[in-house]
Design a protein around this ligand. Structure first.
Ligand code: ZN
Ligand code: ZN
Length: 305
């Protein structure tokens, strides 16, 4: 796991040094950004909103493509990612949260937890929190072939670099930019949702955790940085809950719904949003009393619909 932190960082330092010595090509920067964007999107929409929170019902083809993209992101097999995230919601900022800055410190929540997690820990988490993910054949197949897709995600940009320049140096630069630099960007963006968004930002809703809405991570993490909204309404397909909270992932769910690739999109009625907002502003209740379990949230959604 150390390699996951150190090698991408080394690659960023290396390409910065290359740029200062005159070797820079916009093509490779674009390769890193586009490939990072696409794979991160597989995580935010596929792994997170679709698999863990079931915030919409995808067409089988959409589901397969999203999970495949997520599997290229170097953030672990979907069974593993989803199990850890399920545990995060169950214990958010309490003892047992895999990555909480208030319980274990900012850097621990950012990436040290990944380094310290043993395979026994992962096995336990999957067993306790991931049972439902193992019942889905697409999820299981992509998780079982995760290593293959990870290697593929490094070789593909190398091949693109080779065809772009016709040289082995191009293949090397494709690997470094589209492989390692890209992983640096997406890892830190996703890790920031766990660390920054439980530490810096504003809170609209009272929740049992310290989740925050952070506009910078909101944009960089394709909508996932509206994290206080997300902890207040985990099943909502949309994390940006007002017009100015840009939520790229959420916008694309609207698009898939419009063309019939997504159904049963979970929307929180305005009346319920407003009620929770006012309750949060005025309440003297403690956070435990205001927080809802997943079942209570579903109940309220039914009532409001
Ligand atoms: Zn969180
Ligand atoms: Zn979540």
């Amino acid at each position: 796991m150390y390699g996951l932190v150190i090698l991408p960082l080394a690659a960023v330092i290396y390409v910065t040094w290359l740029a200062f010595t005159g070797t820079f090509d916009w093509f490779f920067l674009a390769l890193a950004l586009i490939f990072g964007f696409v794979t991160e999107y597989g995580v935010t929409l596929g792994y997170h909103r679709m698999v863990v929170h079931k915030s919409f019902e995808p067409h089988p083809a959409l589901k397969a493509v999203l999970l495949w993209l997520g599997s290229l992101a170097f953030q672990g097999p979907v069974t593993h990612w989803a199990s850890v995230h399920t545990k995060h919601h169950a214990h958010s900022d309490q003892e047992g949260d895999p990555h909480s800055p208030s319980v274990s410190g900012f850097m621990y929540a950012h990436f040290e937890w990944l380094i310290e997690m043993t395979s026994d820990d992962i096995g336990e988490i999957k067993e306790k929190w991931g049972a439902r993910y193992f019942r889905d054949p697409v999820i299981v197949w992509l998780s079982n072939t995760f290593l293959f897709w990870s290697v593929f995600s490094l070789l593909l940009p190398a091949a693109i670099g080779f065809f772009h320049t016709g040289t082995w140096e191009g293949a090397w630069l494709g690997f470094v930019w589209g492989g390692l630099v890209r992983i640096f960007i997406t890892s830190h963006v996703t890790w920031s949702v766990n660390s920054v968004c439980h530490y810096f930002g504003f809170r609209t809703y009272v929740t049992t955790d310290h989740s925050r809405n952070n506009p910078v991570i909101g944009i960089l993490a394709l909508g996932e940085g509206w994290h206080n909204n997300h902890h207040a309404f985990p099943s909502s397909a949309f994390h940006g809950l007002t017009w100015w909270q840009f939520d790229f992932t959420g916008l694309t769910i609207r698009f898939y719904e419009a063309i019939g690739l997504a159904t049963k999109v979970t929307r929180i009625p305005d009346s319920l949003l407003e009620k929770r907002r006012i309750d949060s502003l005025t309440s003297t209740l403690n956070v435990q009393e205001l927080a809802m379990t997943e079942e209570e949230e579903q109940e309220q959604l039914h009532e409001a619909a």
